[in-house]
Design a protein around this ligand. Sequence first.
Ligand code: DGL
Length: 270
Amino acid sequence: MDNRPIGFLDSGVGGLTVVRELMRQLPHEDIIYIGDSARAPYGPRPAEQIREYTWQLVNFLLTKNVKMIVFACNTATAVAWEEIKASLGIPVLGVILPGSSAAIKVTQTKKVGVIATPMTVKSDIYKEKVQLLAPDISVMSLACPRFVPLVESNETTSSVAKKVVYETLAPLVGQVDTLILGCTHYPLLRPIIQNVMGPGVKLIDSGAETVRDISVLLNYFEINRSREVQGKKDCFYTTAGVASFQEIAESWLGKSIRVEHVNLEEVLND
Ligand code: DGL
């Protein structure tokens, strides 16, 4: 047993799609979440900067004494997961392997699409991971740089959002039977994405797949939170304004949560 919280990081509100699934599958675990909305989106930034920011988020979570860290961000996983995982003494999970395996299981036509941020697409990591296990599957990747700003500004159902999704996904329509949502922000746009791709296309939510792996690791290392401990101490930190984060988060999670602003420079230089 280990009653410490699980730490989640993302460039903003996207990682909440992983958290919602965690609350459903593992409701007893405590959560510490850090979303770097002040510096989102990460996707168009240079790899070195994404690595630096990701380290800051990790170091912040370590100050909260977490027992495991989940990179609830594909971009951070693509750029910094291997390096950071190798340097920490606690389990560190990314979202890319679970999403890749799920797509391999689901595709019938062996034509898989990946939508993600410019950095994740540039890294070609989904294609690499899918084809490592299933070389006969073709993978088409498409960067969707306009999606994260829509989600961060809580514009997930507007007519602008519909137009942007429709225009961006056009090259993939009719080309694949399975589409990996390779950015944790994208499940917030899921109804529009499904509508544009058509009802026959299976959407893979990498975040949701990741929670199965979290559960396996908790069992493997015997670090589940004890059922005897009552109450939850979940806390969500944002580097930007509390009100906007709270509004998006509570509507997505369907419950009220504690949100605090954090100044990373101040905390990490203390
Ligand atoms: N949620 C992040 C991801 O999964 C978004 C990255 C961004 O801020 O561009 O990649």
